[in-house]
Write a protein that binds this ligand. Structure first.
Ligand code: ADP
Length: 546
């Protein structure tokens, strides 16, 4: 049995340092204590007799030699091992207040999964220093919560390495393919990810140049879907060879909607009237705007469900995506309103009328984050040469697929071919919150034949692109490099908010290119062929057919 112990009965046995002893510690302690006392008493008696009979002390018999040996051996044992139980008892009692993680670990191990505890030497990919080995044993034994490693060690890389080894021993599975080194774990502490054990590698491809509003952008896309970057790149080429795309930002405001309850619907309606009254806007914005020098209240839009009131606050947030900022502002207002509406019961700061990371008509209709329209006119010749199709087929396909097809499906904001493909890839590359892909991918793609049916007018309208260039994952090295490539890294000193708005237009431009190319592939019947070329190892090409 190894020192880390084995799980028994599906549970996790506590690992003790004394597990190294051949007998239970209580018995071993008793045995050596008795040996010590017996040897000592025997030797003392013998020495007293020798002194009385004037026999030299160094003349010893066999029994005395055994007694001396027993005394030394028991002394060594008592000095080295006797303290173990005491130390163990101190260590075990001190961690009890914060052991939800060890509970989680224990219950994870109780599951009927193949949860075999491994020892330090079993299939370990790297040898840990001795002091780390001790910490691993403590975490495995539930004596130190895993989430405290960073603060206790003051070394984030070391904490991640130890946590990873704990995971390996607890699950019996190694994480060899998940890299540990080559990442700055300090940069995510308290901001991006808790309990790290490594990082996932994503390839980043470049589509472009995307010619947008007279400037050239090389668009970074993090994806593992073959064909996606190549396809978007082809769309960029068609746009560039037709003179480029243009964009317009219709609105820019992040929203948060607390849910509050009153004793009656009448009282809820009174607060609704109060917050929506134009004469109260100045007071409310003064209170709201205290949250940040970048947060500026734009308006409050209310909805009711019985005696519950949902107040959708909207504010500009500079270059930040803005969820933290708007939440702080809303909290200020709630505290302020509580004085005049003492019967207001705040149920939650986020009552889903916001609406964050869920498909919702409110975002589709009213917008959230940046509302952007991006358009281009693709010349007939480019449609033929680059996109390998013709204007009429494209327009017809768009009507039947993106408009009628999505209507038949009862789609909410999904009147497009694959906006979320491009949105997700750019989001991941630039450190956005990938979960906000849900509403950020709302998009209606319009295709029309113009100039007597020769050329193609294409547009994407995206009402809720939620992006920032400061805060969250945007400050991590790789993501910041991708933002830098686009020239939108960090805060825009001259015009706060300009970087984030520019990024939103690049997202829309990328979607425009992606829509053009995928629709063209479908119109020309090339889709399966190109997927077989770029995505051969994928068994299910329908995943990326959109
Ligand atoms: P979010 O609100 O998107 O969650 P964070 O709160 O993480 O973003 O980051 C925004 C922080 O960055 C705020 O503390 C804000 O004061 C600061 N900041 C600095 N420059 C800007 C800027 N140009 N726009 C927005 N925030 C900025």
């Amino acid at each position: 049995m190894n020192a880390a112990g084995k799980g028994s009965g599906g549970g996790l046995s506590k690992v003790q340092a004394s597990d190294a002893l051949p007998l239970p510690i209580r018995h071993t302690n008793l045995l050596f204590s008795a040996l010590f006392m017996a040897s000592l008493v025997y030797l003392m008696r013998r020495w007293r007799e020798k002194i009385r009979s004037s026999t030299p002390l160094h003349v010893v018999g066999l029994a005395e030699i055994f007694a001396i040996f027993g005394l030394i051996a028991s002394l060594i044992y008592l000095l080295s091992f006797f303290g173990i139980a005491f130390v163990q008892s101190v260590v075990s009692s001190s961690d009890e207040e914060e052991d939800f993680l060890s509970h989680a670990k224990t219950s994870a191990c109780s599951a009927p999964s193949p949860c075999t505890l491994l020892g330090p030497s079993e299939a370990s990919s790297e040898k840990l220093p001795e002091e780390d080995e001790e910490i691993v044993s403590m975490v495995v034994a539930g004596k130190m919560p895993s989430y405290l490693l960073e603060s206790k060690l003051g070394d984030c890389r070391r904490a991640a390495g130890i946590r990873r080894e704990v995971l390996r021993r607890t699950t019996g599975r190694n994480l060899d393919g998940l890299p540990l080194d080559g990442f700055n774990y300090d940069s995510i502490l308290g901001q991006c990810c808790e309990l790290p054990v490594g990082y996932v590698q994503m390839p980043v491809g470049i589509a472009g140049p995307l010619v947008l509003d007279g400037r050239l952008y090389y668009v970074p896309m993090a994806t593992t879907e073959g064909c996606l970057v190549a396809s978007t790149n082809r769309g960029c080429k068609a746009i560039a060879e037709s003179g480029g795309a243009t964009s317009v930002v219709l609105r820019d405001g992040m929203t948060r909607s607390p849910a509050v309850r009153f004793p009656s619907a009448r009282r809820a309606a009174e607060l609704k009237a109060f917050v929506e009254a134009p004469e109260n806007f100045e007071t409310l914005s003064m209170v709201f705007n205290r949250s940040s020098r970048f947060a500026r209240l734009q308006g409050v839009h209310c909805a009711m469900a019985g005696r519950n009131l949902y107040m959708r606050f909207s504010c500009s947030t500079g270059d930040a995506m803005g969820m933290n900022m708007v939440s702080k502002g809303v909290q200020n207002v709630l505290d302020f309103l509580q004085d005049d509406f003492p019967d207001m019961d705040v149920i939650t700061i986020s009552g889903n009328f916001c609406s964050d990371k869920k498909p919702a008509a409110v975002n589709w209709i009213q917008g959230r984050g940046k509302s952007v329209v991006c358009e281009a006119v693709i010349k007939e010749e480019v449609v033929k040469r680059v996109l390998k199709t013709n204007v009429q087929s494209l327009v017809e396909l768009n009507t039947i697929k993106n408009l009628a097809g999505s209507a038949v499906a009862g789609s909410l904001g999904g009147f497009n071919a694959h906006a979320s493909n491009i949105v997700s890839a750019i989001f991941i590359a630039t450190g956005q919150d990938p979960a906000q892909n849900v509403e950020s991918s709302h998009c209606i793609t319009m295709l029309e034949a113009i100039n007597d049916g020769r050329d193609l007018h294409v547009s994407v309208t995206m009402p809720s692109i939620e992006v920032g260039t400061i805060g969250g994952g945007t400050q991590l090295a790789s993501q910041a490099a991708c933002l830098n490539l686009l020239g939108v890294k960090g805060s825009n000193v001259d015009t706060p908010g300009a970087n984030a708005r520019l990024l939103a237009t690049v997202v829309a431009g990328g979607v425009l290119a992606g829509e053009l190319s995928l629709l063209s592939a479908q119109a020309a019947g090339h889709l399966v062929k190109s997927h077989m070329k770029y995505n051969r190892s994928s068994k299910d090409i329908t995943k990326s057919v959109a």
